[in-house]
Design a binder for this molecule. Structure first.
Ligand code: DC
Length: 220
């Protein structure tokens, strides 16, 4: 099966670019961050102390996470419930980053991701796709942008939805999450040796999506 692996820090534009590339190539887009977010939501609901690694690992056994696709959109199912509308809050973002440091959580979700890529052509985005989940992907991209640009994009998104946005606070939250994702012991965020670095700071979404498609076509 064909695969494009896209990794990078929070807010670099991975999901938009990955979704567009998947649609152009008729591949399935797999958002792995949404799986860690569903796991985080489960921990928050269960009141699990997320700094207690063993408690998180034990609780994770009770969370059944799967995905399905509806009209080209990924739907995340947590113990039978569609949780798409509940996993995009700042609290879930930070909790997802924290629970993703736990090895047994990662092992479960990585197995699910690998199974999906065995069944179908995928564009998969996350933090460890090129390094751990799909080390043999024919096309690997590390998408990044400065934290100021990422915070600015995020604040525009929030404002477009009519929500309040404090850009400086957003930048701090993004940097905190990146720091945790980059420095964790297991599968930290890093560029795979054979991944192409794409800095989207001065690119539009269209340009970034075209660049990803061009890289894929070059490599196949
Ligand atoms: O991509 P995202 O912002 O939705 O991801 C949320 C958190 O999940 C992120 O801060 C780290 C974690 N994550 C991970 O560890 N590995 C992945 N493949 C995807 C996400």
């Amino acid at each position: 099966m064909a695969a494009i692996a896209i990794d990078g820090p929070a807010g670099a534009g991975k999901s938009t670019v990955a979704r567009r590339a998947a649609s152009a190539l008729h591949f399935i887009y797999v958002d792995t961050g949404a799986m860690y977010r569903a796991m985080a939501l489960f921990m928050l609901r269960e009141g699990v102390n997320i700094s207690d690694e063993a408690a998180v690992a034990d609780a994770a056994e009770r969370a059944q996470i799967s995905i399905r696709h509806e009209n080209g959109e990924q739907v995340v199912i947590l113990n039978g419930e569609n949780v798409n509308g509940l996993i995009r809050t700042e609290e879930v973002s930070q909790t997802a980053s924290a629970v993703s440091t736990v090895g047994r959580v990662r092992a479960r979700l990585v197995a699910l991701q690998q199974e999906l890529a065995r069944q179908t052509d995928v564009v998969m985005d996350g933090r460890d796709i090129g390094t751990v989940v799909l080390p043999d992907a024919e096309c690997k991209i590390f998408l990044t942008a400065s934290s100021a640009v990422r915070a600015h994009r995020r604040s525009l998104e929030l404002k477009a939805r009519g929500e309040a946005a404090d850009e400086e606070q957003i930048r701090q939250d993004i940097e905190e999450r990146d720091e945790r994702d980059r420095t964790r012991e297991i599968s930290p965020l890093r560029q795979a040796e054979d991944a192409v670095l794409l800095d989207t700071s001065d690119m539009t979404i269209d340009e970034a999506s075209e660049a990803v498609l061009a890289l894929y076509r070059d490599r196949t």
